[in-house]
Every structure is written in C-alpha cells, then in structure tokens.
Design a protein around this ligand. Structure first.
Ligand code: NAD
Ligand code: TYD
Length: 339
C-alpha cells in the first residue's frame, strides 16, 4: 500500500486517540493529521508521545468551521475518519445546541471539504444509539433497523449519518458509516459509565446507578473497535453501513459489580440515583455483516477488558485525577494557548 495521509477529527478524545495510536504504531505507511477543537473531552496529553513525529500533525480547530477544516487539509488528505463529536447523552439533555453544531453542521462541513478535495474514503463514526431502544431482551440492531433516536445526542448522530448517505448518493463521495456499541478502555473521560465507576471505586466514593440499574448496553473494548475501523477503512464498501459490537451485553448493575469485584471494593458503594430522562432500556448489536464481509472478530472478552481497563486507571491515576479536578485544562491552555 502506498503512503497516504489520513485526516482524523476528534483525535484527542477517547476513541480517536486510541485510533491515532493504533495507526501510528501499526501503519508506518500512514501519516496522520489530527483536527481537534480541544473541548473539555479533548486532551492532547492522550497523544503526547507523538508530538514532533514527522508522521503526525496536530491542528487545533473546529470541524464546523470551514476555514479550520481547510487548514487541516492543507498539504493534501487522502482519507477522512470523523470522530469529532459532542458525545455525552447527559450533556445533550442539559443543552443540545453544541451537539447540533458539532455533530450535524461539523459533519456537513467535512463532507463538503471531502467532496471538493476528492478524498478516496470518508468514514463516519456513528453509534448504535441512532436505532433507539430495543426495549426488552429480544432482538438485535442490524443495519436495516430503522433509525429512531431518543436523545438529542443520538438525534444529532442520526442526522449526521443521513447527511453522509446523501453525499454518497448525490455526489458519489466514497463514504461509509460505522455504528458501534458502547466502548470502554484506556483514556475514556470519566463522565462515561465504566471510567466513572472505576475512578469513584478507587476513591471509595459512591457509584451512581441510574434507575433500577437494569438497562443493558453491549460493551466492546476500544482496541477491538479500532481494529474494526482499520478493516473498514481498508476493505469496506462505499455507501455501506457496518454495525460493530462486542456481543457482550451487560446490565449496568452487572458492570458495576464486575468493577467492584475487580477492585476488591464493597457493594455498599452502589448508589441508586434518579433515572436519566428518556433512558433507553437496551442496546445490542448484530455484528454479522462486518464479521462476514470483512472478517473482523472481537478479541477481548469483557472480563479481560475490564481487568486491563481497571489496571490502566490504577496505573494512570494522575491522568484522571487532573481531569476530575479540572486541572488538565491548564495543561492544554499552556500548551496551545486560549481560544
Ligand atoms: P470523546 O467525547 O471522548 O471525544 C470527542 C473528541 O472530539 C474530543 O477530542 C473533542 O475535543 C473533539 N471535538 C468535539 N467537538 C469538536 C469540534 N467541533 N471540532 C473538532 N473536534 C471536536 O468521544 P468518544 O467517546 O471518543 O467518541 C468518538 C466518536 O465515536 C463520536 O463520534 C461518538 O459519537 C462515537 N461513538 C462513541 C461511542 C462510545 O462508547 N464512546 C460508541 C459509538 C460511537
Ligand atoms: P453512558 O456511559 O453515558 O453511555 P450511553 O448512555 O451513551 O450508553 O452510560 C451507559 C449506561 O450507564 C447508560 O444506561 C446510563 C448508565 N449510567 C449510570 O447508571 N450512571 C452513570 O453515572 C452514568 C454516567 C451512566
């Protein structure tokens, strides 16, 4: 394969930084441009090891601003992988404005730049949440499941997916949508369930469980997701959607108990709190298409993944303590200036 430049957006966030590291470590043929706005969720420390590497360029900017996207694409870009998003459901319930700006307008701006530049692939990182709620224990999301988002976050992600579809159909942009289930692993911002549970348990603080704790999510380790994305980038068919999932359904209570057991902490830390409004009961992915067409399989089972993830948060206390104290914001302000 020839040398190529991949524009990764949102590369300072959780999945984006794991994906950039995956490419940098495994793909010497690839150069990465990382366009990231550095919101509260973006932390350049996540990729500090690559600063100064000639194969890596960081551009601070907003995907919804055409001038910022143009700056990132100076020098040429062959492929785009769009992770940049406001990603937390609870924040979208408090205020959805930025979700529309980044997730919807940002995707439109990137699609337009991609079309004009004639990129050879555009991968849109979507979510299974666009399918809505499976409700009871039966059924799985397939690529044919109708979109029925229930939170402002998932509605904005569904809108983005539909724009991607329209750019394939209308302009022939070689675009692909992936829809993944809940990720966990290193560098996940501790507002999301698993890192919140792990870091609170390590500090002997209560573990907040929404409602009855019986909502089900289908967990996948971020490394498995990154391998799937590399496969989609290489061999995915333009115009297609691929569901990605770890086939690892757990209730939130099961997840919390697994974390407590791994950290040898008491179940008395479980704390039931009022439910999230509109809280989807169950998500579960049917990953048959990506397995069959692209030969991808998850490698990490949930027990191994939780063990490794807990170890990472134990060994990287400084990383999450600074986030939880808000101190890390100073790091990037010093590093990259205000604004
Ligand atoms: P994250 O919140 O950890 O990271 C988001 C990144 O995007 C941050 O670095 C942030 O600074 C950046 N960003 C936000 N707004 C931006 C803008 N306007 N311009 C440029 N950069 C901006 O999110 P994540 O969990 O890593 O999720 C990444 C993507 O994967 C998102 O599109 C999300 O919808 C999708 N996804 C996440 C999960 C999951 O379980 N975390 C599951 C399926 C899909
Ligand atoms: P989250 O990590 O926010 O992912 P998503 O809502 O996008 O699936 O939440 C995962 C599940 O955990 C979801 O059912 C909500 C629940 N949850 C809690 O019970 N307590 C919490 O403090 C958080 C953040 C989530």
């Amino acid at each position: 394969m020839s040398d190529r430049t991949i524009l990764v957006t949102g590369g300072c966030g959780f999945i984006g930084s794991n994906f950039v590291r995956h490419l940098m470590d495994n793909r010497p043929d690839v150069r990465v441009v990382n366009l990231d706005k550095l919101t509260y969720a973006g932390n350049p420390e996540n990729l500090a090891g690559f600063e100064g590497d000639p194969r890596y360029r960081f551009v601070r900017g907003d995907v919804s601003e055409p001038a910022d996207v143009a700056r990132a694409m100076e020098g040429g870009v062959d492929e785009i992988v769009n992770f940049a998003a406001e990603s937390h459901v609870d924040r979208s319930i408090l205020d959805s404005r930025l979700f529309v700006k980044t997730n919807v307008v940002g995707t439109q701006v990137l699609l337009e730049a991609a079309r004009r530049a004639g990129v050879s692939r555009f991968i849109q990182i979507g979510t299974d949440e666009v399918y809505g709620d499976l409700g009871g224990p039966e059924g799985l999301f397939t690529e044919e499941t109708p979109l029925a988002p229930n939170s402002p976050y998932s509605a904005s992600k569904a809108a983005a997916d539909l724009l991607v579809r329209s750019y394939f159909r209308t302009y022939g942009l070689p675009a692909i949508v992936t829809r993944c289930s809940n990720n966990y692993g290193p560098f996940q911002y501790p507002e999301k369930l698993i890192p919140l549970l792990v870091t609170n348990a390590l500090d002997d603080r209560p573990l907040p469980i929404y409602g009855d704790g019986l909502n089900v999510r289908d967990w996948i380790h971020v490394e498995d997701h990154c391998r799937a994305l590399e496969t989609v980038l290489e061999r995915g068919r333009p115009g297609e959607t691929y569901n990605i999932g770890g086939s690892s359904e757990r209730t939130n209570l099961e997840v919390a108990r697994a974390v407590l057991a791994r950290l040898e902490k008491p179940e008395s830390l479980l704390s039931f709190v009022p439910d999230r409004p509109g809280h989807d009961r169950r998500y579960a992915i049917d990953p048959a298409k990506v397995r069959r067409e692209l030969g991808w399989e998850p490698r990490l089972d949930f027990a191994t993944g939780i063990d490794r993830t807990a170890r990472w948060y134990i060994e990287n206390r400084r990383w999450w303590e600074r986030i939880k104290s808000g101190e890390y914001r100073e790091y990037y302000r010093l590093q990259y200036g205000p604004g």
